[in-house]
Write a protein that binds this ligand. Structure first.
Ligand code: FMN
Ligand code: SF4
Length: 449
């Protein structure tokens, strides 16, 4: 590596968030201790056996690309980047017979507030991502891939580069992998911390060296992606799940979770809990169990939870304590599993102030291409700000909802929706707090009065 930035001022104590032995049936975190990220350790854990299996280098017959995609479909693996799109289905969209270059891209931008899982995967199990990408490339007939890594935590990028060097030297990447006819070149690339570069088409623009602004869709990346070529993009955790699926079979992965929600998921539990961290648990685990793993609520009773990163609508405690952690259950309750960041809030938290913080984030991160998002996110923020300062009017509540309505579904990318949804959910579930701020010019929560 030619250059290393001094990032010591960003490093808080206890940044290793996944070494606590409280995972349930872990697949990605199984056997990790913080020091065993290297190739020989990964191989000792069964690493690269899945790649050997599909290439027929384990004494078996190998798997056809169609068989790999069918197994991933059977597993009910859903994209871990936010939308939960079925991974096998996405892979089947790749026009494999396209004669020119096709690309595979890993989205390790991880900017969603509260989320801190992909950085741990890349730091402590980088070869799982490399092997998962190699399998995906084989399945889709792709020969070149990139991993776009959140550049603000530079050691994560450096660790991935070191793992890439090991994989190349061992013949797991490069031309004619393990003597087969399959070739795959994989490269690391670091961004500079813009949240919008996590949106897949903005990421592609940024990877091409341009300003990271989302593209109109359609065309989708499967037909017009990196450099205008067919491209498949998946999240880091999605790729890291693939080797386990191929080694153990799609049915075994499905059985770990629940129908339509296969396998395990890493949840970043943050906020008012005694033991924040990443927890890998089967899909369908009750939220109450996850909260228990994170040491329970700190500093008060449970008031609310944002179950899937800052873009997901907030849910009050009584709803959360009744649901399981999977895409379908959380959607049914009116929110999203999203990136899996579980932001826990106790009853000393002011919801007006919380919304103010969220609204500030989205108006700051809007790329400014579309008017409803560029202007609307600023309006939302300024309106919540005046309510929080005791200068709000009762009609502001309807105005907030109306501005949110005029952003949602009217923008190029989903950042607009992500800014609008929290506003509506906060007002729906915690209207009394907003009314109190307007009527009494103070906060209903004693800590903030
Ligand atoms: C504003 C915005 C930010 C996003 N940030 C990320 C991110 O940091 N990491 C990620 O994997 N997906 C992110 N996404 C979702 C990606 O666009 C894309 O859906 C995802 O990478 C696909 O991978 P998956 O199918 O494996 O989930 C973001 C989407 C939006 C709209
Ligand atoms: S919705 Fe917002 S972030 Fe997305 S393209 Fe439009 S202005 Fe940019």
């Amino acid at each position: 590596m030619g250059h290393t930035l001094d990032l010591s001022r960003f490093q808080a104590k206890g940044t290793e968030t996944c070494f606590h032995g409280k995972h349930i049936n872990p697949q990605i975190y199984a056997g990790l201790n913080g020091g065993n990220w290297s190739l020989k350790d990964y191989e000792a854990r069964g690493g690269y056996a899945a790649l050997r299996k599909i290439l027929g280098k384990d004494g078996g017959e190998g798997m056809t690309p169609d068989a790999v995609i069918a197994d991933v479909k059977l597993s009910a693996l859903r994209g871990r980047g936010g939308a939960g799109f079925p991974t096998g289905l996405k892979w089947s969209f790749m026009p494999r017979q396209f004669p020119g270059q096709k690309y595979l891209v890993c989205n390790s931008d991880e900017g969603e507030p509260g989320t801190c899982k992909d950085r741990d995967i890349l730091m402590y199990n980088p070869h799982a991502v490399i092997e998962g990408m190699a399998i995906a490339a084989y399945a889709m007939g792709i020969t070149v891939g990139y991993n776009y890594i959140h550049g603000e935590i530079f050691e994560v990028y450096e660790r991935f580069e070191a793992a890439l060097e090991e994989a190349r030297a061992a013949g797991y990447l490069g031309p004619n992998i393990m003597g087969s006819s399959f070739s795959f070149q994989l490269h690391g690339h670091h961004g500079f911390g813009a949240y919008i570069c996590g949106e897949e088409t903005a990421l592609l623009e940024s990877l091409e060296g341009k300003k990271g602004q989302p593209r109109f869709k359609p065309p989708f990346p499967a037909s017009y992606g990196l450099y205008g070529k067919p491209t498949t993009i998946n999240n880091t955790e999605t790729f890291a799940a693939v080797p386990w699926i191929i080694r153990n079979g799609g049915q075994a992965y499905l059985d770990v979770g629940k129908p339509n929600n296969g396998g395990t998921k890493i949840f970043s539990v943050v906020g008012d809990v005694n033991a924040p961290g990443n927890f890998e648990i089967p899909m369908g685990t009750p939220f109450s169990k996850l909260l228990e793993l994170a040491g329970g609520v700190k500093g008060g009773a449970l008031k609310a939870v944002i179950p899937g990163g800052s873009s997901a609508p907030v849910l009050p405690a009584h709803i959360m304590m009744d649901i399981t952690m999977d895409y379908d259950a959380i959607a049914k309750a009116g929110s999203m599993l999203g990136s899996g960041a579980v932001i826990v809030m106790n009853d000393t938290r002011c919801m007006v102030k919380s919304l103010l913080r969220l609204s500030y984030f989205y108006q700051h991160e809007s790329c400014g291409q579309c008017t409803p998002c560029r202007e609307g996110t600023g309006w939302l923020w300024r309106m919540v700000d005046r309510i929080e300062k005791g200068q709000g009017r009762m009609e502001d509540l309807e105005l907030l909802n109306s501005v949110a309505d005029n952003i949602q579904g009217r923008t190029i990318c989903a950042l607009g929706d992500a800014a609008a949804m929290p506003v509506r959910a906060m007002i729906k579930h915690f209207r009394d707090e907003f009314v109190h701020h307007i009527e009494h010019k103070t906060c209903v929560v004693p800590a903030y009065v």
